[in-house]
Design a protein around this ligand. Sequence first.
Ligand SMILES: [Zn+2]
Ligand SMILES: [Zn+2]
Length: 105
Amino acid sequence: MAGFSHEPKRIERIGNSALKISWMDGHESIYLWEKLRRVCPCAVCRESGSAPPMEGVKPLELQPVGRYALTIRWSDGHATGIFSHEYLRSLCGCEACQPIQLDEG
Ligand SMILES: [Zn+2]
Ligand SMILES: [Zn+2]
């Protein structure tokens, strides 16, 4: 999409339950930590197939990777996932970002 911004302007925690990213284009995305842990893009998580129990998992540390991504160190000891800004933006669950499911039965 032309003009689509993957640059975060501001990244902040919302208490212990979610991460909020304000994007350069003014859009705001909110991600529950448990959801982020579940969609971790690293090879270990992708290959394991079945997700380990992630209820109550909390982020211990957020670390920027260059200017394009973010790593999260989790309370379950996991820290190898690199969440690129582009990936994060694609995960936004708001109505504007999620494609509308047309019922074309
Ligand atoms: Zn992972
Ligand atoms: Zn959105």
